[in-house]
Design a protein around this ligand. Structure first.
Ligand code: HEM
Length: 134
């Protein structure tokens, strides 16, 4: 049976109970690289927060092998592709993932090093998919 990443899904649930989680993630992400700050210069963050909350859930379901989210993953891959609305060079994903893991560490009271590794494994699936479709 494939990995369901249930431990990561539970961790994400604990993070979302912290109302500051998504904002804190963006704060960390924005300070990680000038190119990233520039990429978000025209962004409506109210809308973006909701999109990301859903995007991470979709990514975790995709990693767990739920093919019914494939359409949502394809849409995100398209948005971030070379010719998409918000192109993301594959090298940027490492910063994104480091920022996410740092935000999880701050918000999840049950955070461990092992859980960090599990988050990286889980999000690595969608990141590979986006990179392959760049
Ligand atoms: C696996 C990692 C990522 C996920 C799951 C993700 C997810 C999303 C989602 C769901 C949207 C909204 C799409 C829409 O409006 O239709 C979005 C938009 C966007 N993302 Fe990402 N993203 C990721 C990584 C990144 C990275 C590394 C960057 C760095 C430059 C980035 C920059 C953007 C920008 C600029 C937008 C458009 C915001 C706007 O509409 O103004 N994303 N992303």
């Amino acid at each position: 049976m494939s990995d369901t990443y249930n431990d990561v899904v539970q961790s994400y649930g604990r993070c979302l109970r912290d109302k500051a989680f998504i904002d804190r993630f963006y704060q960390i992400l924005m300070s990680s690289h000038p190119d990233i700050r520039a990429a978000f210069s025209g962004t409506d963050f109210g809308r973006q927060r909701r999109a990301l909350r859903r995007g991470i859930s979709t990514a975790l379901m995709f990693a767990a092998g739920n093919d019914f989210v494939k359409g949502g993953v394809d849409t995100m891959a398209e948005v971030h592709s070379r010719n998409g609305r918000a192109p993301v060079e594959p090298r940027m994903y490492a910063l994104w993932l480091d920022s996410l893991v740092q935000a999880v560490e701050e918000s999840d009271g049950e955070f461990t090093g092992e859980l960090a590794r599990r988050w990286r494994d889980a999000m690595g699936v969608v990141i590979r998919y986006f990179s392959d479709h760049y």
